[in-house]
Design a protein around this ligand. Structure first.
Ligand SMILES: [Fe+2]
Length: 300
């Protein structure tokens, strides 16, 4: 099945360009129920291992409304990996992506690392990370649908995340011009060159659509603002769509939430668009976050 037919096969679906009524209704509801900002999606959690009914429904409501929630543990040291793993399980996040850099269980410790294996990857430096969704270079079978980013320790300065629900990016582009969506659902909207280190191919070249649908008709997105290591399709409509998306990401839109995770806080999301500002450590503050990437979407 081609990407195009996937998008037009579902009806009613807000993501079917031939079904403008379904889109209008979904869009109206989405914008009417959008949380007012980051503060509105913070949910306090007593025990990350076991959510109470009210905690679970509060998190679920945020995820339904904007594909993300911030949890804030009230435990004294809620930093054990098993606790974070259990929190994910409570929300249907099970299948971890064992990406490069992750431990045996599939959890990645994001901190400054200066060894040869890590230092060429920006997440392990203090540098800013441009807007992206996680795993934009993965195989289709290993598409990242869910993610948890848990803060063990923040930096002394910086390390802020900006977050944008990818469904709002879709709405923005479709409202501007539905042809932007047509361009970005193409299966070769962008190509990631092969990752070859010392003659060994760690990842072959791969072409991907920006917007895609899962079996349940849910929208997911692959995107990176990096200029290196990505080749956009030589298509004026793709170029125009990406420029519009970048303009939105660098605007002051209130739909972009910004915040710096503190100890015991974490982002749980359906792989929304995000970035990270540069940061500084000192002798007593060493930024450490756990990142868990899942093939599952949060079930709410
Ligand atoms: Fe990321």
């Amino acid at each position: 099945m081609t990407m195009k037919s996937k998008f037009s096969a579902l009806s009613p679906s807000p993501f079917n360009l031939d079904d403008p009524d379904a889109y209008r209704l979904w869009r109206e509801h989405k914008l009417a129920t959008l949380p007012s900002g980051l503060e509105a999606i913070i949910v306090e959690i007593k025990d990350l291992n076991r959510l109470s009914e009210s905690e679970k429904s509060a998190l679920s409501a945020c995820l339904r409304d904007c594909n993300m929630a911030i949890y804030a543990s009230t435990q004294p040291r809620p930093n054990e990996k098993t606790e974070i793993r259990n929190l994910g399980r409570e929300l249907g996040l099970e299948r971890l992506d064992h990406n490069m850099g992750a431990d045996e269980e599939g959890i990645t410790e994001l901190e400054v690392k200066n060894d040869a294996a890590h230092k060429r990857y920006i997440p392990y430096t203090t540098r800013a990370i441009h807007w992206h969704t996680d795993g934009y270079y993965n195989t289709p079978e290993q598409s990242i649908r869910g993610m948890v980013l848990h803060c063990v320790e923040p930096a002394i300065k910086g390390g802020e995340n900006a977050l944008l629900d990818h469904e709002l990016a879709y709405i923005h582009l479709r409202d501007l011009n539905p042809d932007y969506i047509k361009a970005l659902v193409q299966s070769d909207a962008f190509t990631i060159p092969a990752n070859i280190v010392d003659g060994e191919t760690l990842r072959p070249e791969r072409s991907c659509p920006v917007f895609n649908l899962d079996e349940g008709g849910n929208l997911y997105m692959r995107f990176t603002e990096r200029k290196r290591n990505i080749i956009w399709k030589d298509d004026p409509m793709v170029r125009a769509a990406v420029n519009e998306l970048s303009a939105l990401l660098h605007s002051n839109s209130p739909q972009i939430y910004r915040g710096t995770l503190q100890t015991g806080q974490g982002l749980i999301c359906n792989n929304v668009l995000h970035d990270r500002s540069e940061f500084e450590n000192d002798e007593t503050h060493t930024r450490l976050l756990y990142r868990l990437r899942y093939y599952d979407r949060v079930s709410v």
